[in-house]
Design a protein around this ligand. Sequence first.
Ligand SMILES: [Zn+2]
Length: 149
Amino acid sequence: MTDAATEIRAAAQKLRTLATAAAHEDRTRWEVGYTLGSKSRVVVDNHERPTVLIESWAAHREQVDDYLAAFASPVVGLAVADWLEHEADAIDTVTTHDVAEYPDDDPDEGPQCVDECGACTAERHALAVARAINSAATKEPACTAPTAS
Ligand SMILES: [Zn+2]
């Protein structure tokens, strides 16, 4: 098992745990909707009985809502976790990479992957996603209340 595969599997596990916990009553798809009272645009996990209700106040909140509905849904997190696990397995099982070449400046050095090696490119992309997930804060922010002097 490589360090990259370990890092990618850690992200997959973290994402799967978070997405599973975020899916209340098997509601894995969040959608854009409106509150019953004020008709404010929101993202919900169920239009009739929401247990997730996200309201944004960004300048382009419609795009934010659409983004949250498209990418923050637990179903997407579970799919990304599956993909990361697949990539980690591929890293551990792929023994040959794309076309190898010998470096011109050191003929004693073994073959190396070409710049466009598919296995290396897939690993680099999966690692970038894994690192973004692994570095995401999941704890309460520090208290910023002023202290007594
Ligand atoms: Zn390679």
